[in-house]
Design a protein around this ligand. Structure first.
Ligand code: ZN
Ligand code: ZN
Length: 389
């Protein structure tokens, strides 16, 4: 079985309204099936930086045969075409919807049936759509929001706290559900999800914040310094999502940094965990979706907990090595275990250049892909694009 994934938002900011959010369902199930046969459990939303608004726009564009990327196409002079971005099959899943109701109403109908959200971490670019859209949720069927304990605590304490936003959990509009890292949980017996911890940069420890708050009202504006003892790692999450009936999986990362920067080895643990999936006769891991926020920059201090092409390639080489290490030594010669495997990049940070930064990032990744003879099929996500994995 393959997945159909719609990138509602694929951007890492700073442009608002188009940040990371993707819809996932089996490709064999259409949105008409979901709407008419009421198959809400087949559809999940992973991260929610954007939501109903972008889906309305996307439905309008597909019903009127306008490029799904029209908004993004307008902000750069030198944009990649859809076909240049993806090595996967590109689809238009909303073109078949009825146009007897408005795109906004169609979008509302789909989100009414969207009962399950996976949130990788509580940064605003991954939750803004969920928060704003929650004004349309209803108490009869509260939305399940799954994440790590840290993510769920942050949503409850700092967002749904009655100050920043109404306490939607108390009003039974959302059901916040926290899960331990490296544990697997089931979503309505349709998907099983394993949640992995990722390092996403350094932040001031609470003790240090308290002392700095006492000393300076501007403590929040302090930038990184060399005294790393004052910091701890901000933890984000990856999700291994498995469709239970078919046993097909996709691995989706939230924001993260390279092990070479964090020195915590969190990514290596994930590569060890998934390496055996590459030896299955039926390749059940359909692809990996992860960030590569910027093109190559010199200083890791400018990454702020994100990934650039050399780091990403080194991470994927580490995965390659883990797969080779579990192969019998006699069959390791000339094997390229990642050849043809789909890796989709998202969360690119927009830059005010003439060209879309995706063009440079994809180019840098392809050069390194060739250099290390990995044979990976790299794609780079665009807001509004749908693909089959
Ligand atoms: Zn982000
Ligand atoms: Zn983040």
């Amino acid at each position: 079985m393959s997945f159909e994934i719609t990138f509602l938002g694929a951007s890492g900011g700073p442009i608002e309204g188009v940040t990371c959010s993707m819809l996932l369902k089996p490709s064999s199930v259409s949105y008409n099936d979901i709407l008419s046969n009421n198959l809400p459990n087949e559809l999940i939303c992973i991260d929610a930086g954007s939501g109903i608004g972008l889906l309305s726009e996307l439905i309008y564009n597909e019903l009127h045969d306008i490029s799904p990327l029209s908004r993004q196409l307008r902000i750069y002079n030198n944009m990649l075409s859809l076909e240049q971005c993806f090595k996967t099959k590109i689809t238009r899943p909303f073109a078949e919807l009825s146009n007897s109701i408005s795109p906004y109403e169609q979008s509302q109908e789909i989100f009414k049936l969207m009962n399950n959200y996976l949130i990788s971490h509580a940064h605003m670019d991954h939750i803004a759509g969920l928060v704003i859209n929650s004004a349309s949720f209803c108490q009869e069927s509260p939305k399940n929001v799954y994440g790590s304990k840290g993510t769920i605590d942050a949503l409850q304490r700092h967002i749904f706290n009655g100050l920043v936003w109404p306490n939607m959990a108390k009003f039974n509009m959302v059901k916040l559900s926290s899960h331990e890292y490296w544990q697997t949980f089931s979503i309505n017996d349709t998907y099983s999800v394993t949640i992995f911890d990722l390092s996403h940069g350094k932040m001031l420890s609470n003790d240090e914040k308290t002392s700095q708050r006492a000393e300076s009202p501007n403590y929040l504006h302090n930038s990184y310094d060399d005294n790393f003892e004052n910091y701890h790692n901000y933890i984000s999450s990856a999700f291994l999502v498995t469709h239970e009936l078919s046993n097909s999986s996709v691995l989706i990362f939230g924001d993260f940094e390279s092990d070479a920067v964090s020195r915590l080895g969190k990514n290596k643990r994930i590569w060890c965990k998934i390496a055996p999936m590459f030896l299955q006769p039926e390749k059940q891991l359909k692809g990996i979706i992860l960030e590569c926020s910027t093109c190559q920059i010199v200083s890791t201090n400018e990454l702020y907990g994100h990934i650039m092409p050399t780091h990403l390639i080194n991470e994927l080489r580490a995965l390659n090595d883990e797969i080779l290490a579990i192969l019998p030594s006699s069959s390791r010669q000339n094997v390229t275990p990642l050849a043809g495997f789909n890796v989709v990049i998202n969360h690119v940070k927009e830059t005010p250049n003439l060209s879309d930064p995706r063009r440079e990032i994809l180019h840098e990744l392809e050069v390194l892909n060739d250099k290390y003879k990995l044979g990976i099929h790299f794609s780079i996500a665009l807001n509004g694009a749908s693909i089959v994995l």
